[in-house]
Design a protein around this ligand. Structure first.
Ligand code: F6P
Length: 418
């Protein structure tokens, strides 16, 4: 089996561990392994015919090459002993790597991946892959390299894209064959595409899995920020409103609130009553202040809103705290500091274990098995039908948009009772 792995959508800590895990376990299980740079965009672009290939022959296999490329420092080494440097330009040897997106990789190529943040093979939100034309090109580029299995690490949009690609695959192959772009033999050999999804998202916003790759690191980052803010807040007896990521899911805000001892938390799934949250929040904070608390921390998810679905913004909260309680209040938006940086231990262990399951799922896949998403449930790595998980996730968002918050909560957790 020839497996390619790609990362798609917003990056998250642990994506490199996914790539490393898939490549290494793939090799252990006798597969040929490839990476696709820049997510689905790289699949659509493929490898240009007339592009200059890297100089595999004149680089000593045992020597790691340091590249003075501030944008993308990376050394990839082929399993067969030849070297290939990823990135857009190889300053050492003065050769461009432009036009090469689907790259054969070996064991050493992913050395040093575990502790790296972001995704070293790049990610993108590809518009081209959303079109039939783009997916046709992607299918052609994969078949050209002989790839028959794909691991996608991304959020629900990226995983849906993977499933659409798989269900369209026989039609795409027939179209490529009919237009003479692939041979009869290629069409027969690539009749079925094997796909598996791993969830990379800092928001922990996917149903049917307890945790998504990158969420623990983001939470850790927020906790560190709260610790830093606590000391300055207490010094000045100030209030801080901390905005954290999470467009549709309040997991980061809720957990950060618990882990950081916040006074009040706003999450999209449990919206406070429109017109009354101001009073409720002030009541709680006054109580805390009256027993001697010198600082106030309010955490707000970026997608927070009230029960009428009117957005609640950090500045709205600041205004209430300043005007009603007279607190000297500051707003801190953590932004992308939550997404970047080194993965914590769990964002190295979880993707590695899930990569093992992903490769097994691909090896066992046949045209009748669904595309699987690899999750974790009650501390066990799981394999669940990808589209079931995506649909459940969408139903939660739908319930919220219909103001049925109890339904949203019970979809997230069936044991939840209002
Ligand atoms: O989905 C992950 C996420 O981090 C969201 O929490 C946030 O709203 C979004 O990505 C930010 O995306 P971008 O990096 O494109 O601004």
């Amino acid at each position: 089996m020839k497996i390619a792995v790609l990362t798609s959508g917003g990056d998250s800590a642990g994506m490199n561990a996914v790539v490393r895990g898939v490549v290494r376990i793939g090799i252990v299980k006798g597969c040929e392994t490839w990476v696709v740079r820049e997510g689905y965009e790289g699949l659509v672009r493929g490898n240009e015919e007339n592009v200059q290939q890297p100089p595999y022959d004149n680089i000593p296999a045992s020597k790691d090459v340091t590249i003075a490329d501030p944008g993308f420092l990376k050394t990839l080494r082929f399993g067969d002993g030849t070297l290939l440097r990823d990135g857009t330009f190889d300053h050492h040897y003065g050769r461009s790597l432009k036009g090469r997106y689907i790259i054969r990789v070996g064991w050493d190529d992913v050395r040093g991946y575990l502790p790296q943040g972001g995704t070293l093979i790049g990610t993108a939100r590809s518009k081209a892959f959303r079109t039939h034309e783009g997916r046709l090109k992607a299918a052609f580029n994969m078949i050209k390299e002989g790839i028959d299995a794909l691991v996608v690490c991304g959020g629900d949009g990226s995983l849906t894209g993977a499933d659409v690609f798989r269900s369209e695959w026989p039609g795409l192959v027939a179209e490529l064959h009919a237009s003479g772009k692939i041979t009869e033999a290629q069409a027969t050999q690539h009749g079925h595409l094997k796909i598996v999804g791993l969830v990379g998202s800092i928001d922990n916003d996917m149903s049917m899995t307890d945790l998504t790759i990158g969420a623990p690191t983001a939470l850790h980052r927020i906790c560190e920020a709260i610790d830093s803010i606590n000391s300055t807040a207490a010094s000045h007896k100030r209030a801080f409103v901390l905005e954290v990521m999470g467009r549709h899911c309040g997991w980061l805000a809720l957990m950060a609130g618990v882990a950081g001892g916040a006074d009040f938390i706003f999450i999209p799934e449990r919206p406070p009553e429109a017109g009354r949250w101001q009073e409720k929040m002030c009541e709680a904070i006054s109580r805390h202040r009256s027993v001697g608390k010198r600082k106030t921390i309010v955490i707000i998810a970026e997608g927070a809103h009230d029960s009428s679905l009117a957005p609640i913004k950090a500045d709205d909260v600041k205004e209430v705290l300043s005007e009603t309680l007279g607190l000297d209040t500051r707003v801190t938006t953590l932004g992308h500091t939550q997404r970047g940086g080194r993965p914590c231990y769990y964002d190295r262990v979880l993707p590695t274990l899930q990569a093992v399951e992903a490769v097994d799922a691909l090896l066992e896949a046949n045209p009748d098995t669904p595309s699987y998403m690899i999750g974790i449930s009650e501390n066990k790595i799981t394999r669940v039908p990808l589209m079931e998980a995506v649909e459940l996730t969408r139903n939660v968002a739908k319930a919220i948009s219909e103001k049925d918050f109890a339904k949203a909560m019970s979809l997230r957790d069936p044991e939840f009772a209002e």
